[in-house]
Design a protein around this ligand. Structure first.
Ligand code: NAD
Length: 429
């Protein structure tokens, strides 16, 4: 039975990478692991029936060494601080792996948004901003969507920020709708970036997508868009799950139809014409490529041995525990790690931020071309280090990220020293 929490998992990954990179400064490693700031808020909500309720929300600001805190906000009944701390840390690592000038943060509200009306959801979202707006901003902390939040949520947050600060600052959040300063390509960016990474990895192995069988766990933003891209590239999606069921079809599932079904707010369990298994079954189907695109901690010491895929594309954050990672590596499975594979979302978020700050609008092909360059460059660096050091891609990605983070932290120190010197000079008689 595995006992490590998500944050412990993040810390042990940092420890392992630090040991690998020969970083022995324990104080520095401790600083890298600990979030710089943690905000906990109590959000009041007046329900439609008049009842007053209080919801707990978090914003964890992990690291600003490389730029403003950056990371999504999720609405889920199982959000807890440990998990948000881990997700924030992963954002710091992720922005460093793909080398964009941003740090790491994450937020969440403990709520099942499916139980709220649209008015209640808007009120809760604005209420969250009312409590955190002092601590966020285009140059300070830039939230984005995550599980159960979307462009509508981001539009409400941006609008509330504008109302509170009396400024028009669309760059305060990313993942907005196109009408409110969102970027072309943001909706499909996570899947597109993962696809670019998998494409690079398959090409390097002398393989292609043609005829490859795919199973996808989670059919939300990341999973459904990945299904469409993989199908378009010639792969066959034979299994896909949401939280209600896994659908299986040996000849391939009708991806567009499933996406329309989900967009209409219906679950897979209601699709009686397909073979339906339990939601977790997608992980163990006989396929070439497995795409975990749901939640953390799905592949564990107990079940990793049942994975039949040769490639795992981690679109979800933290879907694989450290023990599962070892089991998969020993079985010869190539795991394309979350901090690289799902970084497309934050890369295009960064593009959106740049466009907002410069008053620009890039087309979808422009965004996708820039994304592909960024993702392939990141993959090449990670794959090269992994090959040179003889270890897995995850460890290599962490080593690269840690090195960039430490360089930036040293830069911070230098800047602080220079500032102290010049103010000392100015103060001298
Ligand atoms: P989403 O809310 O759009 O979709 C989540 C999907 O997972 C839904 O289809 C849900 O039914 C399904 N699901 C939930 N529990 C499940 C279970 N136990 N078994 C099977 N399916 C289950 O969320 P999303 O934005 O697609 O995010 C999914 C994952 O990808 C998360 O880990 C998130 O942190 C990560 N991620 C998302 C983005 C992004 O831009 N959307 C970026 C980076 C990482």
């Amino acid at each position: 039975m595995t006992t490590d929490s998500a944050y412990e998992r993040f810390c042990s990954l940092v420890d392992a990478a630090a040991a690998d990179a020969g970083i022995t400064d324990t104080g520095l490693i401790a600083r890298i692991k600990r979030p710089e700031r943690i905000h906990t808020v109590a959000i009041p909500l007046r329900r439609d029936d008049g009842r007053q309720e209080i919801y707990t929300g978090y914003r964890v600001q992990h690291s600003s060494a490389r730029g403003p805190y950056k990371g999504g906000i999720r609405y889920h009944p199982q959000v807890d601080l440990d998990e948000v701390m881990a997700l924030a840390g992963w954002m710091t690592i992720k922005t460093a792996v793909v080398d964009i000038p941003m740090g790491g943060g994450k937020g969440g509200i403990i709520v099942d948004p499916h139980n709220l009306s649209p008015r209640e959801l808007e009120s809760l979202t604005r209420g969250y901003m009312d409590l955190i707006w002092h601590d966020i901003g285009p140059q300070l902390d830039v939230p984005a969507p995550d599980v159960n939040t979307n462009s509508q949520t981001m539009d409400w947050l941006a609008d509330e920020f504008a109302r509170l600060t009396k400024t028009d600052a669309p760059a305060v959040v990313t993942g907005k709708s196109l009408a409110h300063g969102g970027s072309a390509g943001r909706d499909t960016a996570t899947a597109q970036g993962g696809f670019d990474v998998l494409d690079a990895a398959l090409t390097a192995a002398g393989q292609s997508f043609a005829g490859k069988k795919v199973a996808i766990q989670g059919f939300g933003n990341a999973g459904s868009n990945a299904a469409q891209l993989l199908e378009h590239a010639g792969a066959i999606v034979v299994a896909a799950s949401d939280s209600s069921a896994t659908l299986v079809a040996a000849a391939g599932l009708p991806i567009q139809r499933l996406a329309d079904h989900k967009a209409a707010g219906m679950s897979f369990a209601s699709l009686a014409e397909f073979t339906r298994l339990d939601p977790g079954a997608a992980l163990f189907e006989p396929v070439d490529i497995l795409v975990p695109a749901a939640l953390e901690g799905q592949l564990t010491a107990e079940n990793a041995g049942r994975v039949k895929a040769r490639w795992v594309l981690e679109l979800a954050n933290g879907p694989t525990t450290s023990e599962a990672d070892e089991i998969l590596a020993a079985a010869g499975v190539t795991v394309l790690p979350d901090i690289l594979a799902n970084a497309g979302g934050v890369v295009v978020s960064y593009f959106e931020w740049v466009q907002n700050l410069n008053g620009e609008r890039w087309t979808r092909p422009e965004v996708e071309a820039r994304l592909a360059v960024t993702m392939r460059r990141a993959y090449d660096a990670v794959a090269e280090l992994a090959a040179r050091r003889g270890h897995g891609l995850r460890q290599a990605a962490y080593v690269i990220a840690l090195q960039r983070l430490i360089d930036a932290m040293a830069g911070h120190k230098l800047k602080a020293r220079r500032a102290a010197k010049s103010s000392a000079k100015a103060a001298a008689p």
